[in-house]
Design a protein around this ligand. Structure first.
Ligand code: NAD
Length: 264
């Protein structure tokens, strides 16, 4: 199978380095012929994102901080001027103050609650508003979520609340944009070691727990997530919208792993 994304142009937001989930999805889309534009958050990440973007022949690589409406406007103005349209958007952006990704959710500060929800949830809506204007021929919007939106996961705290809001916004936007042929979906990825994940307390233990308890008895790979992203971005998922699709080796379905019960 080749050429699934031939003639498609997409914007990928959230690459920090070659470990980023956004990069795995970009790589999978590029391998199927997609033309890509990238954004990076600030100069510190520019030097990591530039060589990756160049390696897939990208000619549009722009700064963007989603807390700054003008920087989002500038990105979409540039894409409009250069491409005149957009076929897909990958939103792989999240943030919470690291000091509150441990301990109790109830201790979340108002400032961190506000920032986390604005960056991790509202930014997808803000970007979708801008993308819609370039999607007259339809399109696909994709974001990234985590099981901590559905169930309490240790240390995920305010990020779980932000992801729950993000998943709800996927459904609302899918309803709003469906009549225009724009699909909106999320991938709920199992834990993967990335820059963002390194901020979550006891992350190594969470990885081990998933590996031992997921039905497939392993953790997801970047490639697993990249391929599922490709599915949702491409016509393979032409009838799919408003979904939060788990790519977690089945972890989400386990209530209790079957084991020989000890004598009690
Ligand atoms: P990552 O650190 O590689 O990517 C996070 C990205 O968010 C970075 O590129 C960072 O620059 C960007 N970002 C943060 N604040 C921003 C802002 N104000 N403006 C613009 N960009 C900003 O980590 P990742 O794990 O690849 O995260 C990508 C997405 O996947 C996130 O939404 C994350 O919650 C989600 N996710 C991750 C995992 C995991 O275990 N790694 C699991 C499920 C979902």
């Amino acid at each position: 199978m080749a050429g699934l994304m031939e003639g498609r142009r997409g914007l990928v937001m959230g690459v920090a380095n070659d470990k980023s989930i956004a990069w795995a999805i970009a790589d999978a889309a590029h391998a199927q012929g997609a033309e890509l534009a990238f954004t990076y958050q600030g100069d510190a990440l520019k030097k990591r994102v530039m060589p990756l973007a160049e390696s897939v022949g990208s000619e549009i690589v722009l700064p963007c901080d989603v807390t700054d409406a003008a920087s989002m406007d500038a990105v979409f103005a540039e894409i409009g001027a250069r491409w005149g349209k957009l076929d897909f958007l990958v939103h792989a952006i999240a943030y919470a103050d690291k000091s509150e990704l441990k301990g109790r959710y109830i201790d979340t500060s108002p400032q961190n609650f506000h920032n986390s929800l604005a960056i991790s949830c509202y930014s997808f809506t803000a970007l979708a508003q801008r993308a819609e204007k370039l999607m007259d021929a339809g399109g696909s919007l994709l974001t990234l979520t985590y099981y901590g939106a559905e169930k309490v996961m240790p240390h995920y705290n305010v990020m779980g609340v932000a992801k729950a809001a993000l998943e709800a916004s996927v459904r609302y936007m899918a309803a709003d944009l469906g009549p225009r042929g724009i699909r909106v979906n999320a991938l709920s990825a199992g834990p993967i070691k990335t820059l963002a994940a390194s901020g979550i307390g006891d992350f190594r233990y969470i990885l081990k727990w998933n590996e031992l308890n997921a039905p497939l008895r392993r953790n997801v790979t970047r490639e697993d997530v990249g391929k599922s992203g490709l599915y949702l971005l491409s016509d393979l998922a032409s009838g799919v919208t408003g979904e939060c699709h788990h790519v977690d080796c089945g972890y989400h379905l386990v209530g209790m792993k079957a084991e020989d019960a000890p004598d009690i």
